[in-house]
Design a protein. Structure first.
Length: 94
């Protein structure tokens, strides 16, 4: 998962229609749903807890997804995408 996120960060236009946090969410969901269940669980283990991390960081208690929370605190979709990469890096370092 971390490797895929790094690849997307370096070349977002190769993976996403446009630099958008919502396009990233759709892409990642597609990757997850396209894998057999156990393979998806193993692949996305690095992402486990990211939703809670974002909710705690922004002190949000709603059911909004991580992408919507980050977008709310960003200037636009592209800014939110860049912020995602920063936040995922922070999250992964813990």
């Amino acid at each position: 998962m971390k490797e895929l996120i790094r690849k997307i960060e370096k070349r977002p236009g190769y993976y996403l229609v446009s630099p958008s946090i919502n396009h990233l969410r759709v892409y990642l969901d597609g990757v997850r749903y396209g894998m057999p269940k156990q393979e998806a669980i193993d692949f996305f283990k690095d992402f486990s807890g990211f939703q809670a991390y974002i909710q705690n960081k922004y002190q949000v208690r709603s059911s909004q997804g991580w992408n919507q929370i980050i977008l709310f605190y960003s200037a636009n979709e592209a800014d939110a995408l860049n912020k995602f990469f920063e936040l995922f890096s922070e999250f992964s370092a813990k």
